[in-house]
Design a protein around this ligand. Structure first.
Ligand code: NAI
Ligand code: AKG
Length: 529
């Protein structure tokens, strides 16, 4: 197997390059490439992994050209520069490093708050210009002031902790902040209007979503205390920039410190040049420590995935640890093959898939196994589907997916049963993994079998009547098709029967037609695994 190849298209710490090399991954480090989208589109097809910060925009157009890409790793938190639905639809894992730069970013927010309180950048510029304007700069003390934190997750809670250390009072608005967590943090949980009414300083730490876009707009600004100061180290677009300029001009807002902007890179902006505004060029995560953290972490995570299938911090797939991956792998293979078996037999629209996990397998990563069933099921019909994209594709097609988890009820330590309901019928197939790690089919439509999944198989349903097996085997022999394994099963004597035959090589259509014409045969299918 050739080495996986990774492209680093942004200015990541070189520590990442070393990790990839040490793990046996080929790596191209082109720190400025992310800004050149045409060049990126031209070469992205050569890589299995793409490691980025925020300059690279992994758009649907780029992803479309990424024919062998398996993983996009964001050395940082926000993945808003990656079109996740496009990546998911193409089966590409998108992962981030959710904690590596949190402290650094919270520190930047606190730094900006203090800089605002004492007008440090303005005083610095004036002093270095030889003006000595001692009377121009009159700051505010922050001790005893109220900091309003909007979004009290990883970064917001660190910012809150630091502000408490500076003897501020901290109030927080975050719909997902539990009262217990608020108590532990020492912050008062309030609603948004209350925060606007009481805060002397407001700092934002939410992602940019439909709900948080313009969370501070003209109406919100009007509700704030006169003289409030606002810090945004999260994402441009959380604050309506023009409304803020108006509020600064009317002196309702005393100052604003922004690290992030609606348009980035921000070479011009309505906020620029205002005497009470401080700006930094998206430096929230820019410390040596944070950059080393996120670079090391993203390189380790991407290597783990590319080399062992371990998944951590993926935003579009459940996590699978390096320990779980080898135990899960044979069951993923089983799940995919059971799905594929059912999918290859299905000729009409699928309304529902029920997947039952029994015994040990029920304690594994069910979501990953279900994704594998769905990918096996959909691939015969849709082609380009994998475990990452399959759940989305199933949902888009209106398929109901039910998972049932229970203790072992059968002879098997672990059993997965896939039941597919189409417009015409319901079909079940069950399988297990034996100690040899190989997936086995153990039940088809309630008929017990014990068969491995061969590369090329013929599946026949027939009436259990004498004469069928001889004629069937004879037809294959006449066509020079060698039989590798032969499995039979039936509901009862003279009832419904199945034959599952592994053969060497492909099965020509005319041979299938001859098998189909045998008097006992109801259905025949060539299956490929
Ligand atoms: N300036 C920079 O360089 C950096 C910026 N960031 C940005 O900081 C933001 C926060 O990062 P983390 O704290 O790590 O994320 P997080 O996910 O730990 O916290 C976000 C919090 O926002 C809350 N939230 C979601 N919707 C909300 C709403 N409508 N109103 C109030 N709260 C809401 C969530 O409940 C969550 O607690 C992200 O957008 C990230 O991209 C992160 C790192 C560096
Ligand atoms: O990589 C950077 O400098 C930006 C960090 C950031 O915005 C994030 O992690 O969300």
């Amino acid at each position: 197997m050739s080495k996986p190849k990774v492209l680093i298209s942004d200015a990541l710490s070189p520590a990442a390059v070393q990790i990839f090399k040490d793990r046996g991954i080929e790596v191209d480090f082109q720190p400025n490439l992310g800004k050149d989208k045409d060049k990126l589109a031209e070469i992205i097809g050569n890589y299995d992994g793409l490691a980025i910060r925020s300059a690279t925009k992994a758009t649907a157009k780029i992803i479309d050209k990424a024919t062998r890409l398996k993983v996009i790793g964001r050395a940082g938190i926000g993945v808003d520069n990656v079109e996740i639905p496009a990546a998911t639809a193409k089966g590409i894992i998108v992962m981030n490093t959710p904690f590596g730069n949190s402290i650094t970013t919270a520190e930047h927010a606190i730094t900006l708050m203090l800089a605002l309180a004492r007008e440090i950048p303005q005083a610095d510029a004036s002093t270095q210009a030889g003006k000595w304007e001692k009377n121009r700069f009159m700051g505010v003390e922050i001790t005893g002031k109220t900091l309003g934190v909007i979004g009290c997750g990883n970064i917001g809670s660190i910012a809150a902790d630091r502000a408490l250390g500076l003897r501020m009072k901290v109030i927080a608005f975050d719909p997902f902040l539990s009262p217990e967590r608020a108590k532990d943090l020492g912050v008062e949980k309030v609603d948004l209007d209350e925060l606007f009414k009481r805060a002397d300083f407001i700092t934002l730490h939410t992602p940019l979503t439909e709900k948080t876009k313009n969370i501070i707009d003209a109406a919100a600004l009007a509700k704030m205390k006169k003289g409030v100061r606002i810090i945004n180290c999260a994402r441009g677009g959380l604050v309506d920039e023009q409304a803020l300029v108006d509020a600064l001009n009317s002196k309702h807002v005393a100052g604003a410190a922004f690290d992030v902007f609606v348009e980035e890179p921000a070479t011009s902006n309505v906020l620029f040049g205002h005497p009470n505004v401080i700006c930094t060029p998206h430096l929230g995560a820019a410390t040596t420590e944070a950059q080393e953290n996120v670079a090391l972490q993203v390189a380790e995570q991407m290597s783990d995935y590319l080399l062992n299938g371990a998944i951590s911090n993926a935003v579009n797939f459940p996590s699978i640890t390096a320990e779980e991956a080898p135990k899960l792998r044979p069951f993923i293979e089983l799940a995919e093959k059971l799905g594929s078996f059912a999918g290859q037999l299905t000729e009409s629209g699928i309304a529902k898939v029920q997947i039952t996990y029994e015994g040990h397998v029920a304690e594994m990563k069910i979501k990953a196994l279900t994704s594998a069933v769905l990918s096996g099921l959909l691939r015969p019909m849709l082609g380009d589907v994998n475990v990452v994209s399959a759940p989305v594709v199933a949902k888009e097609r209106g398929m109901v997916v039910d998972e049932i988890v229970r203790a072992a009820e059968s002879d098997y330590e672990s059993l997965i049963t896939v039941t597919v309901t189409t417009e015409r019928q319901e079909r079940s197939v069950s399988g297990t993994v034996y100690a040899d790690g190989k997936p086995r089919l153990v039940d088809i439509k309630g008929i017990r079998v014990d068969a491995e999944f061969g590369k090329s198989m013929i599946y026949v349903t027939n009436e259990d009547k004498p004469g069928f097996i001889g004629k069937f085997a004879g037809l294959l022999g006449d066509a020079k098709i060698n039989i590798a394994t032969f499995h039979l099963g039936r509901t009862k004597q003279g009832g419904d029967a199945i034959a599952l035959v592994e053969v060497d090589g492909a099965v020509p259509a005319d041979v299938l037609a001859k098998v189909k014409a045998l008097p006992q045969v109801k259905q025949v299918k060539a299956l490929v695994f």
